[in-house]
Structures are given as structure tokens and as C-alpha cells.
Design a protein around this ligand. Structure first.
Ligand SMILES: Nc1ncnc2c1ncn2[C@@H]1O[C@H](COP(=O)(O)OP(=O)(O)O)[C@@H](O)[C@H]1O
Ligand SMILES: [Mg+2]
Length: 270
């Protein structure tokens, strides 16, 4: 950890000075005899894209489960927007803007891209007036604000030209963007994505990440991305954490983290 902290202090560039929107403090999680998280400290800065890497079993999924509220830690805290959310249930975190993309229901393949974004609007989907409107094809009568918001979001994620296409006709990468659009429509400003490049044609991964970067830069959306194909994505990330055996073993600029001897060794071992 001393090493990791040094790295962090060393990164006091203007970029590194962005407001910390989410922070974990000494998170501990044990499963029987296994310590899945051993005093894990990470920070997400507003409008930045943070990468989380580590070999299988290193604790990545456990960490995002604790951050999103699906499991309670045995020790430590999660602070989001200055509030201790360690014991808050997942849906309360969603209301605060912290969303893991799988918390957004799958898109309806037979609805258009725009209808899918409208259907993701806040509230219980079952009681959602937009859904009723969407099914009747009468969304245009519904609140103009929601429509304007949905169109802006589609513009931000680069799907505006596809607004009237059926969601079922989108490519893998476009579906990821639709997922992000729906999360933002639901009020997300901090988005956790598990392997966003999975199921996306490698040639189109650049395109997907360029849209994610644009959202981060222009709309100040904060991203935490777990990715295994790290060679493919590192260049798009602002900051990276590497875990091994429940601990953060390196943090800093993605290239430096990827080339850190401890990180290289962790991928060879196990
Ligand atoms: N629900 C669980 N019950 C028991 N052990 C678990 C559970 N979830 C994770 N683990 C263990 O915790 C460690 C970290 O797992 P995980 O967070 O899934 O790692 P990663 O996502 O990096 O592959 C592993 O040793 C795994 O076997
Ligand atoms: Mg995992």
C-alpha cells in the first residue's frame, strides 16, 4: 500500500485533482477462510474513467459488489458524494446516481432506441407512465422534458441517428451505448461496467470507448470499468488499479500499472 499511495500522491496533475466522487476506505470482505478484500482503498474522480484489473479471483467482482451494495463488507466504508453508503441497499444507491449497468433491465428488442431510453426513466418500470405511452406509440404526448432529455442523451452517446431503429437491430457496441444511455436516463452519473468490450467486435471497441470518453469529458459522467482485455482498453483510461489476492497492488497511469512488475507477476502466477 505504501507503494500505491506514493503513486497516487505523485499524480497531482490538474487531471488528478478532480473531485473524488466515490471512495472506498479499508474495505474488508471474507468468505470463510478466504479474504476476498483486504483493506481495499480506491477513489473514483468525477468525469474520469477508472480501470480495475487483476487476475481471476483477485477480488474485482467482490469489490464492485460491495460498492454497488450487493454484499456488505466485514469492515471499511464506501463513501459516495460525501455520504457513507456502506449499508445502503442497491436501489438507494441507484437513486443517488450510482449504477451498475446490469441493474438496468435489458432493452426491449422490439421497441425503438428512443422508446427504450424513455422506458428507462426514473421510477418503478411497472408503474412507469412512459412505458404505457411507449406501448401505445403515444410517447410524443408525454412530458416534453423527458423526450428532450432522452434525445440529448442519445446525442451524447452517439446513437441519435439510430433513434428510430429497433433495439434488436443494434450491434454489440451500440447495445452497450444504449445501456449507458438508459442508465443516464435513470439518473446515473457514476457508472460501473463489467467487461464492456465483451461481445463487441474488436474493430469497434475503439468506437465504443471513444463515446465513453466523450461522455466522461463533456457530461462529466464517472466510469469504473472492469476489463480483462486490458491491452485493448488501457489507452482510453485515466487511471488504473490492479488487484491481486484481495489487495490493490498497484495504481496510477494505466500504462505504468500494466507494466508494473508486481502486476505482470500476478498474471503469470495463480
Ligand atoms: N460468494 C462467495 N462465496 C465464497 N467465496 C467467494 C464468493 N465470491 C467470491 N469468492 C472468493 O473471493 C475471491 C475473490 O473473488 P472475485 O471477487 O470473484 O474475484 P474476481 O472478480 O477478481 O475474479 C475468490 O477467491 C473467490 O473464490
Ligand atoms: Mg469477477
Amino acid at each position: 500500500m505504501a507503494y500505491a499511495n506514493q503513486e497516487h500522491e505523485g499524480l497531482q496533475t490538474p487531471q488528478g485533482m478532480e473531485e473524488v466522487i466515490l471512495e472506498t476506505v479499508n474495505l474488508i470482505k471474507r468468505f470463510g477462510g478466504i479474504t476476498a478484500l483486504n483493506k481495499v482503498n480506491i477513489k473514483l474522480r468525477k468525469g474520469k474513467i477508472t480501470l480495475l484489473i487483476g487476475p481471476n479471483g483477485s477480488g474485482k467482482t467482490t469489490l464492485v459488489n460491495v460498492i454497488s451494495g450487493f454484499i456488505k463488507p466485514d469492515g471499511g466504508k464506501v463513501i459516495f458524494k460525501g455520504r457513507d453508503i456502506t449499508l445502503l441497499p442497491p436501489h438507494e444507491r441507484v437513486k443517488m446516481g450510482l449504477v451498475r449497468t446490469f441493474q438496468i433491465p435489458r432493452p426491449f428488442p422490439n421497441l425503438t432506441v428512443l422508446e427504450n431510453v424513455l422506458a428507462a426513466a426514473e421510477g418503478n418500470p411497472g408503474e412507469n407512465p412512459y412505458i404505457a405511452g411507449v406501448y401505445k406509440g403515444a410517447w410524443i404526448n408525454y412530458e416534453r422534458k423527458a423526450l428532450e432529455k432522452a434525445l440529448s442523451i442519445l446525442d451524447w452517446v452517439g446513437l441519435i441517428a439510430k433513434w428510430d431503429d429497433k433495439a434488436g437491430d443494434l450491434s454489440g457496441g451500440q447495445l452497450k451505448l444504449l445501456e449507458i444511455a438508459r442508465a443516464i436516463m435513470k439518473g446515473a452519473d457514476t457508472i460501473i461496467m463489467d467487461e464492456p468490450a465483451a461481445g463487441v467486435n474488436p474493430r469497434l471497441v475503439t468506437d465504443l470507448f471513444q463515446k465513453i470518453i466523450k461522455l466522461a469529458r463533456e457530461q462529466h459522467v464517472t466510469f469504473l470499468i472492469i476489463e480483462h482485455r486490458i491491452g485493448l482498453v488501457a489507452k482510453y483510461m485515466d487511471y488504473a488499479y490492479a488487484m491481486n489476492m484481495g489487495e490493490v497492488i498497484a495504481e496510477g497511469k494505466p500504462d505504468d500499472v500494466l507494466n508494473n512488475p508486481l502486476v505482470l507477476e500476478s498474471y503469470l502466477g495463480g
